[in-house]
Design a protein around this ligand. Structure first.
Ligand code: ADP
Ligand code: ZN
Length: 206
């Protein structure tokens, strides 16, 4: 971010990176809030700066092309599908400067140590993910990733009911599975007033 553009000269930037200036950026919000769009925008800029970029997504998200991350608005970026954090680490190349991760909420808890280690080794790590599940409950490991990130961006959608700022992903089909992969066919963006917590929501019973 600011640091990235403080150096005009690519060699100088590389030297500083080798001195250990990696960091973590998290982009978090509801469905349709523009997380993937923002991630793709940052990755494209890194590539324009001729940095080596690697992008990963969990295999569970098979909504779109397996080899790409995609936004609801149709933007795309190449990515490597991985089953878990260990597999992702196995793909990371030593000279990669920027690592993008989409759908961070579908990773295992090992992602927390992994991104800390990658940032400590000088890499810029950018993770996008849902910060709440369909009941409005924090969606691990995103809360932990938000805690350790140097930079956090919260994105918002537009409530489909009233046009306000939406912070929730309302599930519109009957299912009580935490992971129910889908897009506009199964979810819609809602604001706090229009969001109806699911009957099994812990927020109703705590
Ligand atoms: P996310 O990764 O957060 O799910 P995407 O980046 O995939 O979001 O998609 C964002 C795009 O979704 C917007 O630019 C817009 O074109 C589209 N969109 C569809 N429904 C909504 C909505 N309710 N609010 C905002 N954007 C929406
Ligand atoms: Zn609303």
């Amino acid at each position: 971010m600011v640091e990235e553009f403080a150096f005009d000269n690519a060699d100088e930037r590389r030297k500083v990176r080798q001195n250990g200036t990696g960091w973590i950026e998290v982009i978090a919000g509801s469905m349709f809030s523009g997380k993937s769009e923002e991630l793709i925008r940052r990755l494209k800029r890194a590539r324009i700066a001729r940095q080596k970029v690697q992008v990963f997504k969990p295999q569970i998200d098979a909504r779109y092309s397996i080899e790409e991350i995609a936004s609801h608005s149709g933007q795309k970026h190449d990515s490597i599908p991985v089953a878990n954090t260990a597999e992702m680490l196995g793909h990371v190349q030593h000279d990669t400067e920027v690592i993008g991760i989409d759908e961070g909420q579908f990773f295992d808890m090992a992602i927390i140590d992994a991104v800390n280690t990658l940032a400590a080794s000088g890499k810029r790590v950018i993770i996008a993910g849902l910060d709440q599940d369909y009941t409005g409950r924090p969606f691990e490991p995103m809360p932990q990733l938000l805690s350790i990130a140097e930079f956090i961006t919260k994105t918002h959608a537009i409530c489909v009911k009233c046009g306000s700022t939406a912070n929730y992903s309302q599930r519109t089909v009957e299912s009580e599975a935490r992971v129910e992969v889908g897009a506009a066919d199964k979810y819609e963006a809602r604001c706090r007033q229009c969001f109806i917590p699911h009957a099994d929501s812990p927020t109703l019973h705590d």
